[in-house]
Design a protein around this ligand. Structure first.
Ligand SMILES: [Zn+2]
Length: 137
């Protein structure tokens, strides 16, 4: 058996990685009767995707270890087993967290010309997430 088909350059592709972390938080702007106003914890699931041009000659958009290293140095120290309200200088809602994580990746991926955009999906529960996307430049 043989094939003559080869990988093709496409306009855009993505390479992603998934992480999880445990953290406590509360919504400091929620009404008192809203349960989100009370301190509670989540096992957050984070998905990060670097979108860019695929070069079949190299066979890679971005080495997955780069996404891992950015998480390890720019995100994890601030979130893993933390009370997010004490560590982060903003109200740690799912949307604010997603925006902040996206910003960490956008800044860190500036030196990678093949990467044009970054997408972040942050799952606060098994059924609820926030998704944001922005340019990496
Ligand atoms: Zn919560």
């Amino acid at each position: 058996m043989s094939t003559t088909d080869e990988p093709r350059s496409v306009d855009r592709g993505g390479v992603g990685k998934q992480f999880d972390f445990h953290a406590a938080h509360f919504d400091n702007q929620a009404n008192e009767d809203d349960q989100c106003a009370r301190v509670h914890g989540h096992t957050y699931v984070l998905e990060v995707q670097a979108l860019g041009h695929f070069d079949p000659a190299r066979g890679m958009i971005l080495h997955g270890d780069v996404l891992k290293e950015i998480y390890r140095t720019k995100v994890e120290p601030y979130v893993e087993h933390r009370n997010l309200n004490e560590v982060l200088p903003f109200n740690p809602t799912m949307e604010n967290m997603t925006s902040w994580i996206l910003q960490q990746y956008q800044k860190a991926l500036r030196g990678f010309p093949a990467v044009h955009e970054v997408e972040v999906i942050l799952w606060e529960t098994r059924t609820m997430y926030c998704r944001m996307r922005g340019g990496a430049f």
